[in-house]
Ligand binder design. Structure first.
Ligand code: PEP
Length: 263
């Protein structure tokens, strides 16, 4: 099954106002009219508006890096789904390993955010992935299975009319990013075979949780030190449907090369 690749750039807590805008305008120039691949960038929340202005009219979507599950109220420092929609976001990254392991987010908390974001009309990139010690202990499949099952608990297979994009099936609304924690920001990339093995496991889990059609349609990105020189071999694998890119998404040339490697 050939799925349209989806490549996201997670800028994390990097850039300032000027460099965020100039990174965005460099990307618009380099890959802003690419149609063969879906592309999104996730700037820091305070620069979403500025970056959104630059992306207007291009094919690059705007993503939040996180959101909260309540609509409003006394949640100091948090960002609601309506706020993300208000500044032009189409989607949000949830469950990133830095939020899980540095900021202590649990699968249950992530699930509440996933449900809220989808209900509000934001598409979701749900990140999952094992720690090095979990891989070494042979627990990769168990960890990732738990993260997918709890993270997606209560997520329906299709959506009634909600949000700006109207009715859509689950594969259009949610993407899973498999990001082995030992590969994120370390320069160590999973081999294409290691990544493919986990991606195939996730797809068969989705077939059990939903059905074969949903499992075949839902995109599974790989994330973890993806770079221009290793992207093509990862994208060549059957179950790798794109990438979530951190470090290399901060350089126009590198991010554009990764996208071109997928074309
Ligand atoms: C990420 O932040 O999701 C990521 C994969 O980072 P990096 O590409 O820098 O490893």
């Amino acid at each position: 099954m050939s799925r349209k690749l989806f490549i996201g750039g997670n800028w994390k807590m990097n850039t300032d106002r000027d460099s965020a805008a100039s990174l965005a305008s460099g990307l618009v120039e380099a890959i802003g009219s690419v149609e063969e691949i879906d592309v999104a960038v996730a700037p820091p929340s305070v620069y979403l508006s500025a970056v959104g202005e630059v992306l207007k009219g291009s094919n690059i979507s705007l993503a939040g890096q996180n959101c909260w599950y309540e609509p409003n109220g006394a949640y100091t420092g948090e960002i609601s789904t309506d706020m993300l929609l208000d500044v032009g976001c189409d989607l949000v990254i949830l469950g990133h390993s830095e939020r899980r392991h540095v900021l202590g987010e649990t699968d249950e908390l992530i699930n509440r955010k996933v449900l809220k974001a989808l209900d509000a009309g934001l598409d979701v990139i749900l990140c999952v992935g094992e720690l090095l010690e979990q891989r070494q202990a042979g627990q990769t499949n168990d960890v990732v299975t738990r993260q997918v099952k709890i993270g997606m608990e209560g997520v329906p297979s299709s959506f009634s009319e909600k949000g700006e994009k109207g009715k859509k099936g689950l594969p259009e609304r949610l993407t899973i990013a498999y990001e082995p924690v030992w590969a994120i920001g370390t320069g160590v990339t999973a081999t294409p075979e290691q990544a493919q093995e986990v991606h195939a496991m996730i797809r068969s889990l989705l077939a059990d949780m939903y059905d074969r059609q949903i499992a075949d349609g839902l995109r599974i990105q790989y994330g973890g030190s993806m770079k221009p020189d290793n992207a093509a071999e990862l994208f060549a694998k059957d179950d790798i449907d794109g990438g979530l890119i951190g470090g290399a998404s901060l350089k126009v040339e590198d991010f554009a090369s990764i996208i071109k490697a997928g074309m």
